[in-house]
Design a protein around this ligand. Structure first.
Ligand code: AMP
Ligand code: TRP
Length: 327
């Protein structure tokens, strides 16, 4: 049994990209592994958040975890900020991270570009993410493609610490899906689908109504051809839609190509919308139940309690090895 951990930021409405690239795999992994999944609220505040919105989104992400199929009896679900050791180990690792390493992070470059003032936390964000992972001696981290660079830094930091202070951390492996690791925007296939895009037509939110989903997919940009063909180089828009279709159904991209041969984009898009609606409708119904039931409070309290036991021990060992006087 491997130790698995991942996190999603409560910085807006979760999208189909989050589901296909990450959450779907969380649900599959809970059957076989020792899993922890976090709502990473400390990461969300690296860009400005409105307090009421942050609170609502944090609860919403927690409810979506459960609604998507995470079972608190099988996986540990918790809020990052409920376990103080994340901030503590985050600081300890920040002191061991080089400026040059952080300067190379493409997510920082993307998120800070064109901004007048950028919080220092946005820059040191990857050290906190490393702490999230290393606190639990994590073996596997299921994430989308965009997190690969952060995982490489985490591995380097684990190795650096182990070398300097003795074997302490497990060096984790990223687990990036073969199809759907990078779901692209519906309006621009050169950008990843993101909840922070100001154009809501560019993404499908997990809580979008069926009609909104149908409308967004019918308006999704395609090329001027009519061949449903999986060719990311030459047909990035259609290939993105095929990847979404594949992730929502049991069909491979090749089977999807065969099914729509000679039919043009119309029928393909129509069916794709129904696939997405069929995937999301039960999740949305369960979401409403979870929010109404009040069960989240207990799930998150239990999750944090379990997490703290492991995290406190790790921080104690780390502080001892680094030369702190222990309390
Ligand atoms: P975030 O919303 O940035 O906290 O991302 C949470 C998880 O969803 C991470 O594992 C991301 O890699 C994944 N993810 C976010 N957007 C996408 C996307 N467009 N395609 C695939 N995976 C994604
Ligand atoms: N940085 C990740 C993202 O933006 C979220 C995250 C924070 C995370 N801590 C993590 C993912 C630990 C995996 C493991 O998507």
């Amino acid at each position: 049994m491997k130790r698995v951990l991942s996190g999603i930021q409560p910085s807006g409405q979760l999208t189909l990209g989050n589901y296909i690239g990450a959450m779907k795999h969380f649900v599959a992994m809970q059957e076989e592994h020792d899993c922890s999944f976090m709502i990473v609220d400390l990461h969300a505040i690296t860009v400005p958040q409105e307090p009421a919105a942050l609170r609502e989104q944090s609860e919403s992400v927690a409810a979506l975890f459960v609604a998507a199929g995470l079972d608190p009896a099988k996986a540990n679900i918790f809020m990052q900020s409920h376990v103080r050791e994340h901030a503590e180990l985050g600081w300890l690792l920040t002191t061991m991270t080089y400026m040059g390493e952080l300067e190379r992070m493409t997510q920082f470059k993307d998120k800070s570009s064109g901004k007048e003032s950028v919080g220092a936390g946005l820059f040191t964000y990857p050290s906190l993410m490393a702490a999230d992972i290393l606190l639990y001696q994590t073996d596997l981290v299921p994430v989308g493609e965009d997190q690969k660079q952060h995982l490489e830094l985490t591995r380097d930091l684990a190795g650096r610490f182990n070398q300097r202070y003795g074997e302490t951390f497990t060096v984790p492996q990223p687990l990036i899906p073969k199809v759907g690791a990078r779901v692209m925007s519906l309006d621009d296939a050169s950008k990843k689908m993101s909840k922070s895009n100001p154009n809501a037509g560019s993404y499908i939110a997990l809580l979008d109504s069926p009609d909104v989903i149908r409308k967004k997919i019918s308006r999704a940009v395609t090329d001027s051809g009519r061949e449903v063909k999986f060719d990311p180089q030459n047909k990035p828009e259609v290939s993105n839609l095929i990847a979404i279709y594949s992730a929502c159904s049991a069909l491979t991209p090749q089977e999807i190509e065969a099914r729509y041969e000679g039919q043009g984009y119309g029928p393909f898009k129509k069916d794709l919308a129904e696939q997405v609606v069929a995937l999301l409708e039960p999740i949305q119904a369960r979401y409403q139940e979870v929010r109404a039931s009040g069960e989240l409070r207990r799930i998150l309290a239990d999750g944090a309690e379990n997490a703290r036991q492991v995290a406190a021990q790790t921080v104690r060992t780390v502080k001892e090895r680094m030369g702190f006087v222990l309390d």
